[in-house]
Structures are given as C-alpha cells and as structure tokens.
Design a protein around this ligand. Structure first.
Ligand code: NAD
Length: 242
C-alpha cells in the first residue's frame, strides 16, 4: 500500500488564496508538494488568473509549466455561490456562473493535461458540492453548475484513464469559509446557523482542512484505483432523510 504523499509533486490549486483552496495548499505542502496557487486574489502571492478566462488560463498555465517543468496535480477549486431569481436572472449572469463553476474546470484541465499526458501520470480533483445531489431554495442555478462539474469529472476521467491520469470530484457540505459566512449574512433569520448545525449528524460544519485532507488523498498515489468518482465530505448531511 502507498501512504498519502505528494512528495515533489507540482500541485496547482485554483482559488488557493482563501478558504478550502488555501487549506488544500497547506495540506499538500505538508505532504511534500511544491504548491502553485492560481487565484484572482494575489494577497497570498503566486499566479493571478481569472480561471473563467480561457486566454488568461492558457497564458498562466504556460508560465507554470515553464517555471516548474511540469504539472502533476490540478485541483479545480475556484468557485462562487449563486443566488439568482430564475426570472430576473440575465443571460450574462448565467454565463458568469457557469464560466466560474463549470467551464473553468475544463479550461484548467485543457491546459494542465498536456503536461500530465506527456508524463503518463497525473491527477485532477474537482471541488464540486453537496449541491450536486441535493440543494436549497434561493441558490439558483448553483446546483446545475455543480452537477455539471460532477458529470465533467466522469466524462474526463474516461477520456484519460488509459493514459495514466485520474480525475475525481470532492463534494463538500457546509464548510467554514467566506462563502458560508456570506450565505449566513444574507439571511435575516438569526436562527439559521443553529438550524444548520442541528441538521448535521456530526453536530457541526466542516473546517476547510477536513475537505483538504480528502482532496490530497485523492490527488495522491494512495488513491491509485479511484477515478471518475465523487466523494461527499459532508458530515453525514447527505445521508439524512429525517
Ligand atoms: N464553503 C462551503 O461550504 C462549500 C461547500 C461546497 C462547495 N464549496 C466549493 O468549494 C470551493 C471553494 O470554496 P470556498 O468556500 O473556499 O470559497 P472562498 O470564497 O473562501 O474561496 C474561493 C477562492 O476562489 C477564488 N476565486 C473565485 N473566483 C475565481 C476566479 N474566477 N478565478 C480565480 N480564482 C477565483 C477566490 O478569490 C477565493 O480565493 C468552491 O468551488 C465552492 O463552490 C464550498
């Protein structure tokens, strides 16, 4: 058996400046990786890039391969929530949500895969969401984009399975980051946070590191027989009927 190790792996994490992505960067570095953060927020340094912009992604991934020699792992983590009314929402709003939450994962894979395929080795982990299976009112059309991301995971996994590259998805439930804080702040119900905690079988929401551990496991050779899979990391919320 192989222990979880990312020793000397070049690991690119999109949205790695904050929240879950930042935790992925920290856990990957602990596991021996050379971590490359790609984000629109460069307060944490490294590469500035809007992952929804195809030209920018091509340019930045080209610079990364030049600087590091290759890409071994891609974590497509950058994402945003959506809170649209299906009637009021414009086509531009729709395109913006899907560009960040779905198209960006393909764009980054498109520009990371040539290096992985040339080595005959690589691993892509897409950060989807519990919303790929279940959802909540008021978050249109987030579930559609995240379900699409899980479909992309399956589809891409089969395309590259014979060439040494694995592709998986991790679907977090509620995780303590700015996205969840924003969700709570939008509500005028002061009991919302208590009610969220109450429906969790583990009695709490996740810390970003608890999602990151699963992402890094799937990224590593310890998960060598896992591909095309979606792993829920939701404290049991998605198992619950009552
Ligand atoms: N927090 C949760 O409860 C939760 C639950 C399920 C899924 N997720 C998913 O996890 C991922 C990370 O979420 P988080 O909670 O850490 O959010 P966050 O807002 O804390 O961090 C997101 C990061 O992505 C970056 N980013 C956003 N748009 C970008 C773009 N176009 N190009 C490059 N970088 C961009 C932001 O600057 C930020 O650093 C997202 O895909 C989100 O949908 C989060």
């Amino acid at each position: 058996m192989t222990a979880v190790s990312l020793s000397e792996r070049i690991v690119v994490v999109t949205g790695g400046a904050n929240g879950i992505g930042r935790a992925v960067a920290e856990v990957a570095a602990r596991d021996g990786a050379r971590v490359v953060v790609v984000d629109i927020d460069v307060s944490a340094g490294q590469y500035r890039c809007d992952v929804a912009d195809g030209e920018a992604v091509a340019e930045v991934f080209g610079r990364i391969v030049q600087a590091y020699g290759r890409i071994d792992v891609l974590v497509n983590n950058a994402g945003r929530n959506a809170y649209f009314d299906p009637v009021e929402m414009t086509e531009a709003d729709w395109d913006e949500v899907f560009a960040v939450d779905l198209k960006a994962a393909w764009l980054c894979a498109k520009h990371a895969l040539p290096s992985m395929l040339a080595q005959g080795r690589g691993s892509i982990v897409n950060v989807a969401s519990l919303h790929s299976r279940l959802t909540a009112a008021g978050m249109f059309p987030y579930a559609a984009a995240k379900s699409g991301l899980v479909g992309l995971t399956r589809s891409l996994a089969l395309e590259v399975a014979g060439r040494g590259v694995r592709v998986n998805a991790v679907s977090p439930g509620y995780t303590r980051t700015a996205i969840v804080q924003d969700y709570l702040d939008r509500s005028d119900d002061p009991s919302l946070e208590r009610r969220i905690l109450d429906v969790h079988p583990l009695g709490r929401i996740a810390e970003p590191a608890e999602i990151a551990e699963v992402v890094c496991f799937l990224a590593s050779d310890a998960a060598s027989f896992v591909t095309g899979a979606e792993w829920r990391v939701d404290g049991g919320l998605g198992a619950r009927f009552a």
